[in-house]
Design a protein around this ligand. Structure first.
Ligand code: KG4
Ligand code: ZN
Length: 359
């Protein structure tokens, strides 16, 4: 039975994990940098890279100690090699290279998006290729056919913001701080989605692409339209504003979900022979989005698979698992493999008009 050490450092989570080919997560540790980035309202790349450099080596030692193992016991070392914030990616990849060289173990340079894409297979041994994947994270929003390890066909992407980014910007507009997705979800649960009319960009359009920039702008306008209630007794003004914020959060989440369901339905209509509809990435932790997709899958006679919450947001177990899937194919990387800030899963996919242009 193979065991792989996985390392993740592409954004603001420093993580290390040991995963066995029987899908056991033998040990894992994760350190979030939320406190370091909170004052800036988002991830500051230099702060992230420095924090990874300080934390990663002791964390790997701790994970090995948790498992009662030494580096010589692992079969390979897998690290995220992109896409992501390049300083952090380099910290993780250089660490993996040094360990691979010192312990004479194979190095596996993992695409972070492949980590997310295959994470549902770590949690569910019955999930077979090919499956239709909605990959929704802070930097990506894509619909892909997952045909096998390293084999992806992109059906759709966002032409502006990623879904997680839209959640984070909504959180910022509503003053909910960072990280935004879970805070928006919590507030949305207390609001009335129908109280604030918001647009559903690209709803009904032929291609299954996404767009969230217009929705984000509408959230900003809704927030700016709030007027403090005059002449209230002390304390009640804040209460009125908080209520309106909850309605905006609920309306945003409902609009985003409508877009996700409409676009995913379009993609389902374009695929054949998929074993399941699968969601992965940080936004897959959102209960409303999970429930909506589950219903959509049922309406199309598809099985629905979503990883457990701890495997949705960034973690090293999914990197170790992608490493195991690559190890099984003998797909190793040379020690001079480079870190990549951009690394599409489907290298053949055509650029989409408007993609990368931020509103
Ligand atoms: O996959 P991930 O941890 O990092 C990236 O690779 O980007 O995704 C992070 C994103 C953030 O935008 C965060 O706000 C969002 O996932 N997110 C959520 C929830 N939990 C995390 N969005 C909505 N609802 C959540 N519960
Ligand atoms: Zn991620």
């Amino acid at each position: 039975m193979a065991i792989v050490l996985g390392i993740e450092s592409s954004c603001d989570e420093t993580a290390a994990a040991l995963v066995r080919s029987d899908r056991t997560i033998v040990a894992q540790r994760i350190a979030s940098q939320d406190d370091a980035h909170r004052p800036y309202g988002g991830v500051v790349p230099e702060i992230a890279a420095r924090a990874h450099a300080e934390r990663l080596a002791p964390m790997i030692e701790a994970v090995l100690a948790d498992a009662g193992m030494v580096l010589g016991d692992v079969d390979a070392i897998a690290a995220t090699a992109g896409p992501g914030l390049i300083g952090g990616v380099m910290v993780g990849l250089v660490t993996a290279k040094a360990l691979a060289m010192a312990a004479d173990k194979p190095l596996i340079a993992v695409n972070h998006l492949e980590g997310h894409a295959l994470s549902p297979r770590l949690a569910d041994a019955t999930l077979d290729y090919p499956y239709l994947l909605l990959l929704v994270s802070g930097g990506h929003c894509q619909l892909l056919e997952v045909l096998g390890v390293g084999r992806y066909r992109r059906l759709a992407t966002t032409i502006d913001d990623a879904l997680g980014e839209a959640f984070d910007k909504t959180a910022k507009i509503l003053g909910l701080g960072y990280p935004g997705g879970p805070a928006v979800e919590r507030l949305a649960a207390t609001g009335n989605a129908k109280a604030v009319p918001l647009p559903r960009p690209l709803l009904g359009s032929a291609e299954p692409h996404f767009s969230f920039a217009g929705l984000k702008s509408a959230v900003l306008r809704a927030k700016q339209a709030q007027v403090p209630v005059q002449g209230c007794v002390a304390g009640s003004t804040a209460q009125v504003a908080a209520h309106a914020d909850a309605d905006i959060a609920a309306a945003f989440q409902a609009a985003a979900l409508d877009c996700v369901l409409d676009r995913t339905a379009r993609a389902i209509a374009r695929t054949e022979g998929m074993t399941a509809l699968v969601v992965a990435g940080g936004v897959a932790a959102n209960a409303a989005i999970r429930a909506g997709l589950e219903g959509l899958a049922a309406r199309h006679g598809l099985r629905f698979v979503a990883p457990p919450l701890h495997l949705c947001t960034d973690n090293a177990a999914m990197i170790a698992w992608a490493g195991l899937e690559r190890l099984a194919q003998g797909a190793f990387d040379p020690l001079d493999v480079v870190a990549r800030p951009r690394w599409p899963l489907d290298g053949q996919a055509e650029p989409v008009r408007g993609a990368g242009v931020k509103a």
